[in-house]
Every structure is written in structure tokens, then in C-alpha cells.
Ligand binder design. Structure first.
Ligand SMILES: [Zn+2]
Length: 187
């Protein structure tokens, strides 16, 4: 007889707990008091991933091609004159191949003769991060995507006016998005 009473009681308690946890999840967005629920910290985590993207190396491996992974995540360098974009002269934007952040524009691309896509400026200084790189007995500045922390290439100070900078970027780190011709746009 006892068991017959226990089951509905357990179900009712479970139902109340579901209600208790479900409603703060929808209603509250900021935890002003100390009683921050797990749901709140979850939504906050989601907010922060809007700006940065932190995946495990295993997750990156699944998302990227082997060559992209080698360059972006293992700070590799593609062989010059072999990438997709060193000789690309089409108008458009260059996005991070790992996270899609907009990094460069065809407007600042120039022929440097080095065999890698070269730009004299970034789309936005917020998009990248520079880090001193002492590898191969040189002092260089590594260019890193700010959103996902992936390796893009290096920047040198032998570029053209007006910045005198040369962002030497691997094609494997970029995805080119061709600008649509305004005349053929159906809007
Ligand atoms: Zn990125």
C-alpha cells in the first residue's frame, strides 16, 4: 500500500522541481543576488561566447580540414605560391577560416610578391591580436584571430603606404567571400 502513495508524491515533487528550475531560466537574465542558479551561469557563458570562441583541439580538428588545422591551430605556414588566395584579385572580404570573423578586405590587399595573401591593413583592429614570435631565430609579430585565437600569419613593417605594414596571411587561415555585383543583386 505504501508504494502506491510514494509514487504520486515523488512525481509531484519532481514536477515542482522542474517548475522551480524552468522559470528562473526564462525570467532572470542577471543574477543580482548571491543565489545565482546554474541556469544563469549557463546563459552568461553563452553571452561570452558571442565574442570569443573556445573549442577544444578535438573539436577544432573535426571542424577544420587537416591543412587548416595545421596552419590555424598548430601555427603552421603554407608553402608560398600554393594557397588559394595569394593571387586572388576579386573584390570581397576575407574571413577567419576557423570562426568566420571578418578580418581583411580586398581593398587593402596588395601584390607583395611573397606568395602569401598580403594586406596593408585589417578590417578592424579589434579583429586581430599581435603576439611577439621568436621562432626560427627571428623576432616577428604573429597575427592571431581575436575571436578564436587561431594563427593567421605574421605582420611586417615593410608594407606600402599609408600603414607601411604587410600582413602576410596564410590562405588556409582565410575564407574569401566574393562581393556581389550590385547590378545583379535582386533586391
Ligand atoms: Zn577566428
Amino acid at each position: 500500500m505504501k508504494n502506491r502513495m510514494i509514487l504520486p508524491a515523488v512525481l509531484a515533487a519532481a514536477f515542482l522541481m522542474v517548475l522551480y528550475f524552468a522559470f528562473p531560466l526564462k525570467g532572470k537574465t542577471t543574477g543580482k543576488n548571491g543565489a545565482q542558479t546554474a541556469a544563469d551561469s549557463l546563459t552568461q557563458k553563452e553571452d561570452s561566447t558571442m565574442e570569443t570562441m573556445n573549442l577544444t583541439e578535438e573539436e577544432w580538428k573535426q571542424r577544420l580540414t587537416p591543412e587548416e588545422y595545421r596552419v590555424l591551430r598548430e601555427r603552421g605556414t603554407e608553402r608560398p605560391f600554393t594557397g588559394l588566395y595569394w593571387d586572388n584579385h576579386e573584390n570581397g572580404t576575407y574571413k577567419c577560416a576557423a570562426c568566420g570573423a571578418q578580418l581583411f578586405s580586398s581593398e587593402t590587399k596588395f601584390d607583395s610578391g611573397c606568395g602569401w595573401p598580403s594586406f596593408y591593413d585589417v578590417s578592424s583592429s579589434d579583429a586581430i591580436e599581435l603576439k611577439k614570435d621568436y621562432s626560427f631565430g627571428m623576432i616577428r609579430f604573429e597575427v592571431i584571430c581575436k575571436k578564436c585565437g587561431s594563427h593567421l600569419g605574421h605582420v611586417f613593417n615593410d608594407g606600402p603606404q599609408p600603414t607601411n605594414l604587410r600582413y602576410c596571411i596564410n590562405s588556409a587561415s582565410l575564407h574569401f567571400k566574393k562581393e556581389e555585383n550590385p547590378k545583379t543583386k535582386n533586391k
